[in-house]
Design a protein around this ligand. Sequence first.
Ligand SMILES: [Zn+2]
Length: 112
Amino acid sequence: MLPPAATPTRRTRWVTKRSGGWQSPRVVAVGEIGLDFYRDLSPRERQVEVLRLQLETAAEVGKPVAVHCREAHQRLLPLLEEWSRRLGGRLSEGRPLGVLHYFSGDTGLAKC
Ligand SMILES: [Zn+2]
């Protein structure tokens, strides 16, 4: 797990971990990842940068994502839409892309 508001130090560890272990059948998902603009524990653009890396990792290893989104829908949804479109809406072997957690938007936004 890597908290959404990852610090640069944690980001470095993420990149290191990226090279191994993710293919294990014991790893069922990549997460929790996402954006948290409520707590803003790290700069927003850094959060976006780390999220992009995490989404790419999930796609590479074919694992669904568990995404946290707090007061960051405007920034998160286009990223997820673009990622989903590139993957054709599914991971390898037809696996779902993942779940959205801590969603604080309304039902209209949820239907996007
Ligand atoms: Zn969360």
